[in-house]
Design a binder for this molecule. Structure first.
Ligand code: 5AD
Ligand code: SF4
Length: 480
């Protein structure tokens, strides 16, 4: 196995040190400008929609803004800079953005010095950027997913020229190392290991807006990981659209399982999570690594989307129901009760019949997941599925979805009962909901146990015994 020090990516374009230095100079220019305009540190409000990758991007955006001299607020109407980091994965997410941007119009008109900026996956689509340009003239800055590292320069331009800035290059993507970061949480961290997606599932917009798959160098990941451990982070989640294809573009090649092994050998008390795994590329080696490495959580988020082979083919998913089940069964053989499975499901893919949907329902019943993320199919401009006939009305699809939720609720309750009396090593995430003095803690398998405890335990690992399984959480007590 390579030690990770000498690996280089073959085709990826890395943002150069020179380009980063230019941005650092712009950070200082924005800082001076802000100091000349405002007595106190101006406030920025960064609103994030969508997945963890967006959350991770926003943490870099906030890191850069902090360097530029901004402080932060959650209140849009007290901010001098409002940034919406948007999501394009479903229509609902886009509608929320339009509503929220529209609501800023009055505020911007009353406060012309306020900068309104939009970025993220939604903006990377041409038809959306055009719509923003025409219908939301008070938006000052729109930038795409491949130029986040250029924020200082773009912001400076938007603030100094009386011109709107739209920067949306349509490229395969870059990797920018060494950007400042301001993390939202001080014990739980997101660590992107790769960007983009090459899978082109027929319903999905992500490959069009996030570019081609590109892996960060092993050495850069290890360096960031070690820093997180030194800074006291306890739960580190490795991120990628398809973490199982990590390293395919590196020379020499390295597998995701090898990366996990390298990270789990690092000294310290921490737990590694990762998402998302794709069944097409999920290997036995990965499942064995999960089972063998104590620091790797035995939680597998492995979306199957549909349980019907014809629908899976139409989705271009690259696996069958049988292949998916064989992976799950292998993982269960290796990890037994410790394994927790979660999945994403799409209901009502174009042309899906009720009979085909029943295959999804039966797969739900068969795998007994700990949790499901369920979605009604949402047509995305430019994707092949958006061209397919879609005769089933939305209300009908909503009924199918309700059938899945109903089945899963029973499964979750049954799963919970199996845990009565067991003790889990848990990470205490924060205050609980069962009562004032309750804390919430997460098991390796991503289940929540609430127990009575002191706030000082937040951010630590504790052994907790399950006393009473409830529907969505369990009640427990701390054991020494
Ligand atoms: N419609 C509905 N759900 C979608 N997803 C991705 N694209 C769509 C779409 N067009 C879901 C998939 C994916 C999750 C992140 O979002 O289930 O795994
Ligand atoms: Fe979208 Fe499929 Fe890529 Fe996931 S693997 S981001 S669902 S195209």
């Amino acid at each position: 196995m390579p030690d990770g020090g000498d690996l280089v990516a073959a085709n990826t374009r890395f943002v150069t040190e020179e380009e980063l230095n230019t941005q650092r100079q712009y950070e200082q220019k924005v800082k001076s400008l802000l100091e000349s305009r405002y007595e106190d540190k101006p406030l920025a409000c960064v609103v994030t929609y969508g997945c963890q990758q967006n959350v991770a991007d926003s943490e870099h955006i906030k890191g850069m803004l902090e360097t530029m001299g901004y402080a932060f607020t959650d209140k849009r109407d007290e901010a001098k800079l409002v940034i919406f980091n948007t999501c394009a994965v479903r229509e609902h997410a886009e509608d929320r953005v339009y509503g929220n941007v529209g609501a800023l119009k009055k505020y911007k008109l009353a406060n012309p010095d306020v900068v309104i900026a939009l970025c993220g996956c939604m903006m990377q689509q041409e038809h959306i950027a055009d719509k923003i340009h025409e219908s939301f003239p008070f938006v000052d800055l729109v930038f795409g997913t491949h130029v986040v590292h250029q924020l200082p320069e773009l912001l400076y331009t938007a603030m100094t020229r009386r011109k709107r800035v739209f920067e949306l290059p349509d490229i395969d993507g870059v990797i920018a190392e060494g950007l400042p970061v301001r993390r939202d949480n001080d014990s739980k961290a997101w660590l992107p290991i790769m960007y983009g997606c090459n899978n082109f599932c027929t319903y999905c917009v992500v490959p069009y807006v996030r570019g081609r798959e590109r892996s960060r160098k092993v050495a850069d990941i290890i360096c960031e990981f070690k820093q997180l451990v030194r800074d006291g982070y306890k739960e580190i989640t490795l991120l990628g659209q398809n973490v199982n294809s990590y390293g395919k573009d590196l020379e020499p090649r390295v597998t995701f399982a090898e990366l996990l092994r390298m990270l789990s050998k690092i000294d310290g008390d921490f737990r590694i999570r990762f998402m998302t795994s794709h069944p097409k590329d999920c290997t036995k080696e990965l499942l064995e690594t999960m089972a063998q490495c104590d620091k790797v959580a035995t939680h597998l988020h492995l979306p199957f989307q549909s349980g019907n082979d014809r629908v899976l083919r139409a989705m271009n998913r690259g696996y069958t129901r049988e292949k998916y089940l064989s992976l799950i069964n292998y993982a269960k053989d290796l990890m037994g009760d410790a394994l927790s499975i979660t999945s994403d499901i799409i209901v009502g893919f174009p042309g899906e019949t009720y009979e085909e949907f029943l295959d999804t329902l039966s797969l739900v019943k068969e795998i007994k997941a700990t949790g499901l993320f369920t979605f009604i199919y949402s047509p995305r401009v430019g994707t092949p599925a958006a061209q397919m006939d879609d005769p089933v009305p939305h209300e009908e699809k909503a009924k199918w979805l309700a059938e899945i939720l109903d089945a899963q609720e029973k499964i979750s309750a049954e799963n919970m009962k199996l845990h009565a009396g067991k003790t889990f090593k848990c990470f205490v995430v924060g205050r609980g909901k069962l009562g004032d003095n309750y804390l919430a803690a997460r098991t390796d398998g991503n289940l929540i146990i609430e127990f009575i405890g002191d706030d000082g335990l937040i951010g630590t690992f504790q052994n907790i015994k399950v006393i009473e399984p409830l529907t969505f959480v369990m009640r427990g007590e701390i054991v020494k």
